[in-house]
Design a protein around this ligand. Structure first.
Ligand code: UDP
Length: 234
């Protein structure tokens, strides 16, 4: 696979063309941002760990019938993926209150929700990724009803698969964010699944093992990502 020119550079990843028009390479960086990129930093080896964690989770999801953009791991920091026309909607699923939900509804962190809560956010940095609903999505023409039904079904299935998987390795899946895209007429799960995009708490101690360690300056950030990787591989 020949790595071509850079197509896009985001906060945590860079996308490169390949010699195949429908495949791209996503390269994971150590850069970390939070709070609308007002907080910036580096997490040593994050790119390597997030690539490995994401690859493992995409493989797991594929094995359970969720279509994803994942093709294969190319190197420490590189993943070969199917090129997507990204749906500009971020899907969040929450099992335990934290972060944005606690802030929005004035609920303390750590309440186990009776059933998973799904949220959509408009992927728009200029507007600070506002919370939106199906009507806004239709109004803005971000996706069709049929596409959103698929996205919603896949998202809840991903939650069940990941909740069960993390539970077996002693982690609570508090919440996470997914992105989807179109590829040859199909909706595929894209982006990454890592401690950058999931909140993961230790089952016994409730210790945070995710990007909240960076957001809230809790220290031992690299160690937390390493611990997640270690458990995933166990
Ligand atoms: N998240 C993400 N990217 C974003 C916003 C959120 O990956 O741009 C993830 C975040 O890590 C958490 C979940 O989505 O696991 C829910 O985040 P929340 O809405 O609580 O926002 P935050 O507290 O991160 O601002």
């Amino acid at each position: 696979m020949k790595k071509g020119k850079k197509i896009y550079e985001g906060k945590a990843k860079i996308l490169f063309d390949t010699d195949k028009p429908d495949l791209v390479i996503q390269e994971f960086k150590d850069d970390a941002t939070a709070f609308d990129a007002t907080k910036r930093g580096t997490i040593e080896q994050k790119g390597v760990m997030n690539n490995e964690i994401s690859c493992a989770l995409f493989r797991l999801l594929e094995s359970k019938g969720i279509p994803t953009h994942f093709v294969k791991k190319l190197s420490e920091r590189e993943m070969l993926v199917k090129k997507l026309d990204i749906v500009m909607v971020e899907v969040t699923i929450r099992n335990i209150s934290a972060g944005g939900l606690s802030k929005l509804l004035g609920i303390e962190e750590g309440i186990v929700l009776k059933k998973p809560v799904l949220e959509y956010h408009y992927k728009n940095d200029g507007l600070h990724d506002p919370l939106i609903n199906d009507y806004h999505i239709e109004m803005l023409g971000l996706a069709t009803d049929k596409e959103m039904k698929k996205i919603k079904d896949y998202s809840f299935s991903v939650n069940e698969i990941l909740k069960d998987f993390f539970n077996k390795v002693g982690l609570k899946l508090v919440d996470f964010k997914l992105e989807f895209g179109r590829h040859k007429g199909k909706i595929l799960l894209g982006d990454e699944i890592s401690p950058d995009t999931c909140r993961l708490w230790d089952k016994k101690t409730n210790e945070k093992l995710d990007k909240d360690r960076f957001r809230r300056d809790l220290g031992k950030i690299e160690e937390a990502y390493q611990e997640v990787l270690k458990r995933i591989k166990s």
